[in-house]
Design a protein around this ligand. Sequence first.
Ligand code: KG4
Ligand code: ZN
Length: 344
Amino acid sequence: MIFLNKKRKLILAIESSCDETSVAVIENGDTILSNVVASQVKSHQRFGGVVPEVASRHHVEEITLCIEDALAEADVKPDDLGAVGVTYGPGLVGALLIGISAAKAFAWAHDLPLIPVNHMAGHIYAAHFVEPLQFPLMALLVSGGHTELVYMRETGSFEIIGETRDDAAGEAYDKVGRVLGLTYPSGKEIDELAHLGEDTCHFPRAMMKEDNYDFSFSGLKSSFINTVHNAEQRNEELIVKDLAASFQASVIDVLADKTIRACKEYPVKQLVMAGGVAANIGLRDRLSKEVTEELQGVTFIVPPLRLCGDNAAMIGAAAFVEAEKAHFADYHLNADPSLSFTTI
Ligand code: KG4
Ligand code: ZN
């Protein structure tokens, strides 16, 4: 086991798959000693979405500073570390390559093993900082790029039982936010507005009655856009908080319904919700209530808000599991922008 020659089981973790450069130092896979996150979101806001080339340039500027800060904040020296974990997919290829190159250079310079980590596995393992994960478990992964129900029979094993056929939930939030003239990313603002309004539009709940665990959000998005355009053409006043509440009600109904159904069909000890959209207060409240009422003996775990978005601490937690399984990479490790769970 790689950590045997060290007093403490410390991993340096690096995340750069999208628009956050992040470096963390994690002890025993469950304790965060530091978790430095340099967000680029302000640079991308004027474009209404992440511009890959801009993201890569920011990662280059930030990565070494983040490594230095993470080590200093954790009060750890490179020689104390047992391994370097890094996100190698899914994500933007240029952005991933910056983190991977930095991780390889650091690992080579300090003679440390390199651990490749799937970003989506990282999102699930963020919950491990709240409570030790117990298996089997169901994970609802909801982010800007993914919407998936993942069944884990044991640690490090992932089976996608349902996923979106088109837009991810976070992507839908950001697209309708743009139509309303909100700042990117608009999930948080729509969530806040939704709590002030009523579901007056009754948008469709796609695929809710179908006998599978897949999702679809593009019809909801089109319906939303049509409603806004029709009102504009008729010079009718739009009540933004009601539009937000109607949109959010549809998203939550579908996500909650399918997730609870999946937890009834599959034997599970825990339900984990993870990814940027897991910050959604409406979705957290709804699932928490339904798990208590309908799923006896199942614990619902959602990471705290700061661990829902992209961060390296979650990559460190997932890297620890990979290290225990002796899943290491050599210096040929490459970025895999469309990495899925089936390939790890
Ligand atoms: O996981 P994440 O930080 O990045 C990706 O890997 O995609 O997720 C970002 C997404 C964005 O689409 C953002 O609008 C959404 O998470 N988001 C929310 C909320 N906070 C962030 N969506 C709904 N409600 C929120 N409170
Ligand atoms: Zn993410």
